[in-house]
Design a protein around this ligand. Structure first.
Ligand code: COA
Length: 389
C-alpha cells in the first residue's frame, strides 16, 4: 500500500517588489538582501487575496469533478488565520464545490502545520482506499514596513491532494519530529505582526534541523548518500542553505555534497522570487525542486519542515515514475513571470491597504487571471468571495 502526494500546485499573488529596490529605499546594501538573505523578489498581497482565496486558487486547477466527490477531508494549515473560530477550510470547501460529507478544519504551529496535516491525512487514508484528502497551506507573511523581518515577507498557497497510489510522491512511515519550547517567533492574539527574535530564530531552526536529522539517521540507519535531494522550510533561501551546510561535513562524499548543494539551488528557485509563504514554504520548495531539477522515479527526497515555537520534522518520500506528467511547469513559470512589479512606494500603499482592509479591486483585479477567486468585500464581518469575470 502506498499513500502520498497525488497532485501538487501553488498560487501566488500577482504583484511583487524587487529586493534591490527595497534595499535601496531602506538604505541597505542590496547584497544584504540578494546574497546575505538570498531573496531577489517578494510577493505582495493585495487586499483581494486572503488565505481563503489563495488556497482555493491553488487547489482549483488540480481538482477534477471526481476528486470533489472523493475528498472527505479538507485541512488548511495557516498562521494567518482570518478568524479565531471559523476554519478557512470550510470556506475553501464551499468555493471549490467539494461534496458536503467532509471534515474541514484548520491546523496551527507556525510554518510547520502543513506537515502534520499531511501525516494526519496519510494515517486517515489507511482504512479508506477510495477517499482523498485536500491539504492546503496558505499564508500571508508580514512583519511590517521598515521592520527587521521586512525582506523576508511574501504570500502564497500550496494545495496537495493526498491519496492511495499517488502520482507524484510516496510518503514513507519514517518521520521524526522534534519539539522545543522556544520564543523565536510568535504572534500573541490581537497582534497584526509577529514578534521575532531574529538571531535566535536562525539558531533555533538549525538546532531543530540537526536534532531531527541526527535522530532520523540513527533510527533508520540512513546517511546523506541515501538522498537524491533534500528540501527545507525556506523562510529565505539562505536559511535552508545554512542548515544544509551544517551537516555537509567531511563524512559526506564530494559527490553527495555537490548533489545536495545543486539540489538545494533548484529547490529554492521559486522561493527566491516569492519570499516566505510560511506553511507553504517547504512545499513550494518541493515544487521548485521537481520542476527545476533532473530527478528520476524511485529517487528518495528528504524533507525538513520547521515551525517556530518550535517543531521540526524530518521525513522522506520516493518519487513516482513519470511524476513530471503531473506538474504544470508552464503554468507555474507563467504565474511567476506575468506578475506586476510594484515600486517601493506602491508596495507600501498595498501593505497599508491590506492592514486597513481598504479595497481597490479595480487595480488589483486588472492582473488577476479570469476564473480566479478573490475576496470581494467584507460586510458585517462576513467575507464574500467571487471569481474574476
Ligand atoms: N553583502 C552580503 N551579505 C550581507 C551584507 C552584504 N552587504 N550585509 C549583511 N549580509 C549578511 C549577513 O552577514 C548575514 O549573513 P549570515 O546570517 O550568514 O551571518 C545576512 O546578510 C543577514 O544579516 P543580519 O545582520 O543577520 O540581518 P538582520 O539582522 O537584518 O536579520 C533576519 C535577518 C532573517 C533575522 C530577519 O530578516 C528576520 O527576523 N526575519 C524573520 C524571521 C525568520 O525568517 N527567521 C528564520 C527562521 S524561521
Amino acid at each position: 500500500m502506498t499513500i502520498g502526494i497525488d497532485q501538487l500546485n501553488f498560487y501566488i499573488p500577482n504583484f511583487y517588489v524587487d529586493m534591490a529596490e527595497l534595499a535601496e529605499a531602506r538604505g541597505v546594501d542590496p547584497n544584504k538582501f540578494l546574497i546575505g538573505i538570498g531573496q531577489s523578489q517578494m510577493a505582495v498581497s493585495p487586499v483581494s487575496q486572503d488565505i481563503v482565496s489563495m488556497g482555493a486558487n491553488a487547489a482549483q486547477p488540480i481538482l477534477s469533478e471526481q476528486d470533489k466527490k472523493d475528498i472527505t477531508m479538507v485541512i488548511v494549515a495557516t498562521e494567518s488565520a482570518i478568524d479565531s473560530a471559523k476554519a478557512s477550510a470550510v470556506q475553501i470547501h464551499h468555493l471549490l464545490g467539494i461534496q458536503p460529507f467532509a471534515r474541514c478544519f484548520e491546523m496551527k504551529e507556525a510554518c510547520y502545520a502543513a506537515t502534520p496535516a499531511i501525516q494526519l491525512a496519510k494515517d486517515y487514508l489507511v482504512p479508506r482506499p477510495k477517499e482523498k484528502v485536500l491539504v492546503i497551506a496558505s499564508d500571508t507573511a508580514r512583519y511590517g514596513l521598515n521592520s527587521g523581518g521586512e525582506p523576508t515577507q511574501g504570500a502564497g498557497a500550496v494545495a496537495m491532494v493526498i491519496s492511495h497510489n499517488p502520482s507524484i510522491l510516496e510518503l514513507h512511515d519514517d518521520s521524526v519530529a522534534y519539539t522545543e519550547d522556544v520564543y523565536d517567533f510568535w504572534r500573541p492574539s490581537g497582534e497584526i505582526y509577529p514578534l521575532v527574535a531574529g538571531k535566535l530564530s536562525k539558531d533555533a531552526y538549525i538546532k531543530s534541523f540537526q536534532e531531527s536529522w541526527n535522530e532520523y539517521a540513527k533510527r533508520h540507519h540512513k546517511s546523506l548518500s541515501d538522498f537524491a535531494a533534500l528540501c527545507f522550510h525556506v523562510p529565505f533561501t539562505k536559511m535552508g542553505q545554512k542548515a544544509l551546510d551544517s551537516i555537509l561535513t567531511d563524512s559526506a562524499s564530494e559527490d553527495t555534497q555537490a548533489r545536495l548543494n545543486e539540489g538545494y539551488k533548484s529547490a529554492t528557485d521559486y522561493n527566491r522570487y516569492v519570499g516566505n509563504v510560511y506553511t507553504g514554504s517547504l512545499y513550494l520548495s518541493l515544487i521548485s525542486l521537481l520542476e527545476n531539477h533532473k530527478l528520476n522515479g524511485g529517487d528518495n527526497i528528504g524533507l525538513f519542515s520547521y515551525g517556530s515555537g518550535s517543531v521540526g520534522e524530518f521525513f522522506s518520500a520516493t518519487l513516482v515514475d513519470n511524476y513530471q506528467d503531473h506538474l504544470d511547469v508552464k503554468a507555474h513559470k507563467a504565474m511567476l513571470d506575468n506578475r506586476k512589479a510594484l515600486s517601493v512606494e506602491e508596495y507600501e500603499k498595498f501593505f497599508n491597504r491590506f492592514d486597513n482592509l481598504e479595497f481597490d479591486t479595480e487595480t488589483e483585479l486588472e492582473v488577476e487571471p479570469k476564473g480566479n477567486f478573490y475576496l470581494k468585500e467584507i460586510s458585517d464581518n462576513i467575507r464574500y468571495y467571487d471569481t474574476v469575470k
